[in-house]
Design a protein around this ligand. Structure first.
Ligand SMILES: [Zn+2]
Length: 371
C-alpha cells in the first residue's frame, strides 16, 4: 500500500500523522494542508488511460478506489469567441463536488473509522452521501433546518443518516465539528480536509490535457469556501513546476455581491476577511459563505496568480442562467456566477478564459426567488 503524505498546518507548521483522524490543527484549529508535491505525467503518456480523473494517478495522493463512480473528464464547450465552459455538472451526483468527495471516501476507506460525518446543505453533502454509500461507509450528514426536501431526500436515498440542526448553515457546521472531535469519527469536511483540494485540482489537469498541454490566460472560478480555486492553484503549481506550462493563468475569483467577504477584503487590500456578517439570501447559495476558514490562502492564491476578485449582482446571475439555458445548458444558479462575470465584467474581456458550470439546473431550478 502506498504511504499517505503527512498533513500540516499552513498557519503555524504543526504536523499531523498521515493516518490520524484529526481534522484540524490541534494548535490553532485551522484547516490542514498535505505535504505533497507530485510531478504530473506528460501529455503523451496520458493516452489510453482510464476515462476518469484517476488518469492523473501521479498527482493523486491515493490510488484509484473501488468506490469510484467514473467522475471527471467533463467536456469543454465554447460560449463566446474567447470564453469556454467546462461542464462540471456532468458528474455522477451532478456537481463538481464529486472530484473531492471521491478522495474523501477513498481516504476514509483506508483509515477505517467507525463512522463518517459531513455537514452541508447542498452539493457536498449529496456527493459525500453517494460516495460513502458506494464505499459502504456509515455516513451522517448535518444539515440546517429549512434545507430543501429534495436535497434531504437525495441524501437519505443514499442511506446517509440526517441530523437536522436548528439554526443556520453555521449551526450545522458547529454541530458537525463537535461530533468530529469524538473518537473514531472521520470528518469528511470539504473545507478542512486537504484531500478534497487534491480532487478538485483535477479540473485544471483535465483542462490542460484537453487544450493540448496549455491553459487559458484566465481561469474564472466561483468562490465560497474556495475549494475549486485552491485546487486550481495546486494544479497550476504542479504543472508549472514540472515545466509542463510556461505561463501560469490568472485566477479570477467570483462571489455574489450579496455575500462577498473575500471580494471586500481584496478591495481593502487585506490579507484576511474582516468582521463576519450574517449571510443574506442570494441565488448563489452555494458560495454564500460569510466566514471561509481558508480565507487567507484564497486571497494569497489569487494575488500570486495576478488575478482579482469580482462580484456579480442577483440580476446578473439570473440573466446568466437564462442565457446559458438559451444556449442549451441548464445550470444551477450558483454555477452560473462565473459566466455572469465573464460575459459582463470589463476586466475579463478580450482574454481567453474558461468558466466552470458547477452544478445541474435541476438541483435548484431557475433563479426567481433568492435563498
Ligand atoms: Zn495551526
Amino acid at each position: 500500500m502506498t504511504a499517505l503524505p503527512d498533513r500540516y498546518c499552513p498557519a503555524d507548521g504543526t504536523r499531523i500523522a498521515a493516518d490520524s483522524l484529526a481534522w484540524c490543527c490541534p494548535v490553532c484549529r485551522g484547516p490542514l494542508d498535505l505535504d505533497y508535491a507530485p510531478t504530473p505525467a506528460g501529455l503523451k503518456s496520458l493516452a489510453g488511460r482510464v476515462g476518469s480523473l484517476w488518469r492523473y494517478a501521479e498527482c493523486l495522493p491515493l490510488p484509484r478506489p473501488d468506490c469510484t463512480l467514473g467522475e471527471g473528464r467533463t467536456p469543454v464547450v465554447p460560449l463566446s469567441a474567447t470564453v469556454s465552459a467546462k461542464l462540471d455538472f456532468l458528474m455522477p451526483t451532478l456537481s463538481f463536488k464529486d472530484r473531492g468527495a471521491v478522495l474523501l471516501a477513498a481516504l476514509a476507506t483506508r483509515l477505517r473509522p467507525d463512522r463518517v460525518i459531513a455537514d452541508s446543505s447542498g452539493n457536498a453533502g449529496t456527493a459525500l452521501a453517494a460516495y460513502c454509500a458506494r464505499a459502504r461507509l456509515p455516513c451522517t450528514v448535518y444539515v440546517p433546518e429549512g434545507t430543501s426536501p429534495k436535497k434531504l431526500e437525495q441524501i437519505g436515498a443514499h442511506g446517509a443518516r440526517l441530523e437536522v440542526i436548528a439554526g443556520d448553515r453555521e449551526a450545522a457546521a458547529t454541530a458537525a465539528r463537535a461530533a468530529a472531535d469524538e473518537p473514531g469519527v472521520f470528518y469528511a469536511s470539504h473545507v478542512y480536509n486537504p484531500y478534497f483540494l487534491h480532487g478538485t485540482k483535477t479540473y485544471v489537469h483535465e483542462l490542460w490535457e484537453d487544450l493540448g498541454g496549455r491553459l487559458p490566460e484566465v481561469l474564472v472560478v466561483p468562490v465560497g469556501n474556495g475549494t475549486l480555486l485552491l485546487g486550481a492553484a495546486l494544479a497550476v503549481r504542479e504543472l508549472h513546476s514540472a515545466g509542463l506550462i510556461d505561463r501560469r493563468p490568472a485566477l479570477h475569483a467570483v462571489q455574489a455581491a450579496a455575500v462577498a467577504p473575500l471580494a471586500e477584503a481584496w478591495r481593502a487590500g487585506a490579507e484576511d476577511i474582516g468582521p463576519v456578517l450574517p449571510a443574506v439570501p442570494t441565488f448563489a447559495e452555494g458560495i454564500a459563505i460569510p466566514n471561509p476558514p481558508r480565507a487567507r490562502q484564497i486571497l494569497r492564491a489569487v494575488r500570486e496568480s495576478g488575478g482579482a476578485f469580482h462580484t456579480v449582482t442577483e440580476d446578473q446571475i439570473r440573466h446568466a442562467q437564462l442565457d446559458l439555458a438559451s444556449q442549451g445548458l441548464y445550470v444551477e444558479s450558483t454555477g452560473v456566477a462565473c459566466w455572469a462575470a465573464a460575459r459582463e465584467l470589463p476586466a475579463l474581456q478580450g482574454r481567453t478564459s474558461v468558466v466552470p458550470l458547477c452544478g445541474a439546473g435541476l438541483k435548484t431550478g431557475l433563479a426567481t426567488h433568492p435563498g
